[in-house]
Each structure stands twice: as C-alpha cells, then as structure tokens.
Ligand binder design. Structure first.
Ligand SMILES: *Cc1c(COP(=O)(O)O)cnc(C)c1O
Length: 353
C-alpha cells in the first residue's frame, strides 16, 4: 500500500514473557521476589480516589524532593519518568543528536539499539572483552554519545568507578549515560563523579531493587543544565507522564531505607550462595553484582535447559543471539525459589550428562 512508504517502521523491543501460573517460579525479568516497603501498602490502602479527578503534579515534586534528599543532590538535578525505560528513551531523544554514532557494548540491554533506530540515531557497538568487560579504550573513538549499564545486563559484570570515570573523562564533549538499573545489589554508583563531570547522566529504577516494577518509576540524576534540556523535551511530549499513585507511593519506597537495604542485602546473599551451587553443577558465569546470574553449562546447551525449565514452570531468560546463545540469565529469587531451581537442575544435569 502506498501509505506504507511514509510510515516510521521499527522493530520493537521484546520484553521477557509475563506468564501467570499459580505455582510458577518466575526468574526471567529481574523483578524483586519480595514485596515493596510496608509503607507502600499502607498508603495504597488509604488513598483517596477523589484526588484522581485532578491532573497530577507535572514536576512530580514530592518524589523529586525525596530522591534529591536521599541522594544528596539538588532537586534540579533529579528527573523522574515512567520507568527508567521512559527516562532512557527521553534521554536518547534529547542528548543523542549528532551525525556521529553513539557507542555502547555489543552485549548489553537490547533496548538501546531499538531507541537508536526509532530516533534515527547512528550507533556503533564496541565488543566486550573475553571476560565480558568493557574495554575503555574503545570509547575513545569519535562519537555522538555513550551509554552502558553498570552492572551490565545481561552479564551482571560491574565496571570499577575508575573505568567509568575514564570513559566520562575521555568524552567530555558528549553526554555519557550510565544505566544503573542494578547498582543497588552490590555495585558502586557513579553519583560521586557528578561534581566533576557535567556530561554524566545516571539512570536508576524502582523496578528491581525497590520491588515496584508494576508501578513504573525510573529516574535520572545529572547536571542541572543537562536536566533542563531533558525537561524541555519531556514537556514537549507529555506534561503528565507520572500518574498520581506512582508519585505518592514512590515517596514511601524512598523513605524506608532500612527495608530497602535489607531486601537488597538478602538478594545479594542468595546470589552468592547460588553461585556456589551452580558451579558445583558444572555451570560457569561472569561474577555478577546484579540480581541475576548469566550462566552457561559445560556440556548441556542453554536452549535445551531453558526449554526443560519452562516445561517445569521455571522461567529464566534465553536469547538466541551472537555470543550469548549458550547463556541463561537467571534472576535471583527467594531462597525457596532458588532451592527449587537448583533441585531441578541437579536432577537434570545428572540425567543429561
Ligand atoms: C530493567 C532495566 C531497565 C528498565 O527498567 P524500568 O522497569 O523501565 O525502570 C533499564 N535498563 C536496564 C539495563 C534494565 O535491565
């Protein structure tokens, strides 16, 4: 059809499946297995539905304020969006507007190339080394911006702040985005670099470490001038991105720091325990600082294990893509869930050896 010639065609991002079976073990989209902070449930039950008549605060002031206090930055340095996917997409549109390609790792969050294609941003990928680490020297080539997650997804590999700073320092004429979706599980945030670098944008989310994937809250922190440009783009698309319940409930999650710390510590402890057990079963993986483990088995193909797990209603993530087609990304769930996973794998490995 003639009209198809003028359509903006894209190949969309494919999210992990969201099955809903009573006894399933869902370890495929890096959600948190524990509930949000108790204050969230309390406030949700007390909410006044009459307040929904009005538009929400377009600046999400209470949530911005809570985050600014928590991270010891000025309110003008905080921007909140509908999940970090919303923040990242808006940041791509705002900051990546050069004829030179933006740079990101070859194995990374698979939304980056989708946004680049959607917004017609040229891009180039830089191969991770054989241990899944970034080679900082790759990011010294001419570019229109840089983005990478730290820890990286789906590998879980954490790059030291020294490496992050090297990349930010070598790219002072472009914006460098560090996607810290998983930093709360044992990495170190680049927030401490913000005073030194006005080209650094740090993106985080409530979806993983704050158990609120269903509410859709993400945010970024950076230089005030940078955020001014980001707000100009946001307010040119939709003033009211953040709905009222999300704004209010998000504040409750930020307030309860001891709950947040205990949940993230618990996930990290389970992760370390499961690493040992997977090793004993013949799996290998890069050392993860995230809430997932990126594992390959010595003899059994990943796809085969993925399908067998799925049959047993245990969902993990598998991609039939270059370099990673023999890897499974396994989200760290509760200890009970991980016991069931390990129990299944122990029998499976013996049978298929
Ligand atoms: C999960 C994830 C996000 C997006 O999470 P939201 O739910 O949209 O906040 C962003 N980046 C990476 C690397 C992720 O894994």
């Amino acid at each position: 059809m003639k009209w198809e010639e003028n359509i903006r065609r894209v190949v969309p991002y494919v999210a992990g499946e969201q099955p809903n079976k009573p006894n399933m073990i869902k370890l495929n989209t890096n959600e948190c297995p524990y509930p949000p902070a108790p204050g969230v449930a309390k406030l949700a039950s007390e909410m006044d539905s009459n307040a929904l008549r009005l538009y929400p605060d377009p600046n999400t002031t209470p949530l911005v304020k809570a985050l600014a206090e928590y991270y010891h930055v000025r309110q003008e340095q905080v921007f909140v969006g509908v999940g970090s996917d919303d923040v990242l997409s808006m940041a791509f549109l705002t900051f990546f507007n050069s004829d030179k390609p933006i740079l990101f790792p070859d194995v990374t969050y698979s939304f980056y190339d989708v946004w680049a294609d959607l917004y017609r941003i040229p891009y180039k990928t830089c191969a991770l080394d054989e241990n899944w680490h970034i080679r900082p020297e790759d990011y010294g080539q001419p570019n229109g911006g840089v983005i990478f997650p730290n820890p990286n997804a789906p590998t879980g590999v954490f790059e030291s702040l020294k490496t992050v700073e090297e990349i930010v320092r070598e790219n002072r004429d472009v914006v460098v985005i560090v996607d810290e979706a998983y930093v709360d599980f044992g990495g170190e945030s680049a927030l401490s670099l913000l005073d030194k670098y006005d080209n650094l944008l740090i993106v985080q989310t409530f979806s993983k470490s704050r158990s609120m994937a269903g509410l859709r809250i993400g945010f970024c922190i950076g230089n005030e001038k940078l955020l001014g440009y980001l707000n100009d783009v946001k307010f040119s698309i939709n003033s009211y991105t953040m709905n009222l319940p999300a704004q209010l409930l998000g504040v409750e999650a930020v307030r309860d720091d001891s709950y947040f710390k205990s949940v993230t510590a618990k996930i990290a402890a389970t992760r370390e325990r499961v690493k040992g057990e997977l090793k004993e079963l013949g799996f290998s993986f890069p050392d993860s600082k995230a809430n997932f483990i990126f594992a390959s088995h010595g003899t059994i193909p990943a796809e085969q294990i993925f399908l067998a797990l799925r049959e047993a209603d245990i969902y993990v993530r598998y991609w039939n893509k270059p370099r990673i087609s023999n890897c499974l990304r396994i989200t760290v769930g509760t200890d009970g869930q991980m016991d069931k996973l390990i129990g299944f794998l122990s029998e499976y490995v013996v049978k298929h050896h």
